[in-house]
Design a protein around this ligand. Structure first.
Ligand code: ZN
Length: 263
């Protein structure tokens, strides 16, 4: 059984009620939030986290739970992370509302072996930045068409995926994507505007495996595209820990100066 926790901020889906002090925002911005909440609900009637949960729950050996920003400790208590093999992260407008303490806790668990999958606009999320050490910044434009090319067909995440597949509607993400050099570049996406993007990248940090995957703009239907669904499932299997470390204290560093230099 692979224990998966899907974390999503669950903010845009809820409209204005999820925005602190929304009464202070200009009327047109308030209207924009309400309009976008309606558009997202049409694609993800129970929130993006539940779309992802339903997708992953199709695998009989995945046990999936969801956590969101409004839960105490963002739902990511020590107990939950201890009981999570792979954490899937979707976020967009509320990265700054995740406390540093929680993001650093996620990083610690990844270093100790927990798998981490960052989806779409999670590219500059705090856990992604803390785990990888770069900003995750990129170029973007709403409303484009993408073709996702597999550049590593031998990788477990590419299992069953054709040489390329099309996403009729996606947000364009373009280079330069500020990430460390990936261990494996599994997918590159081409956009109709001419841009290319390293859309499927893997890394390891400590004992943990990390995958970033670009598709999943909130108002578009990428998470219903069979190839995208398969890739996310494959990624969870790949990121499932080989080893979990209870802690990462280095015995060498615990020797006191007196002990070290005593003769
Ligand atoms: Zn987006």
């Amino acid at each position: 059984m692979i224990k998966v926790t899907v974390w999503s901020e669950h903010v845009q889906e809820r409209g204005l009620e999820a925005i602190p002090d929304y009464e202070k925002l200009p009327q047109d911005i308030q209207e924009h939030f309400q309009k976008s909440a309606k558009a997202i609900k049409e694609v993800h009637p129970n929130g993006i986290h539940n779309t992802l949960k339903d997708l992953l729950s199709e695998e009989e050996d995945f046990q999936v739970r969801t956590c969101t920003l409004e839960m105490p400790e963002c739902g990511l208590t020590e107990e939950v992370l201890e009981d999570t093999d792979v954490l899937v992260w979707w976020a967009h407008v509320a990265h700054d509302r995740v406390p540093d303490e929680i993001a650093l806790r996620v990083k610690e668990y990844v270093n100790r072996g927990m798998g981490f999958i960052a989806l779409h606009s999670a590219h500059p999320s705090k856990p992604m930045q803390y785990i990888l050490g770069t900003s995750g910044t990129l170029q973007w434009r709403e409303g484009d068409r993408a073709r996702v090319w597999c550049t590593c067909p031998t990788h477990p995440i590419a299992k069953g995926i054709p040489a390329s597949f099309e996403l009729p509607a996606e947000e364009m993400y373009g280079e330069y994507f500020d990430i460390p050099k990936p261990d494996d570049l599994v997918f590159i996406s081409w956009f109709a505007g001419g841009e290319v993007f390293r859309s499927g990248c893997t890394w390891t940090r400590g004992y943990g495996k990390i995958f970033y995957f670009q598709p999943g703009h909130e108002t578009q239907r990428s998470y219903y595209v069979p190839e995208v669904r398969q890739i996310i499932k494959n990624a969870v299997r790949w990121a499932n820990p080989v080893v979990r470390m209870p802690k990462l204290d280095c015995p060498h560093a615990q020797v006191s100066a007196e002990e070290r230099y005593a003769k």
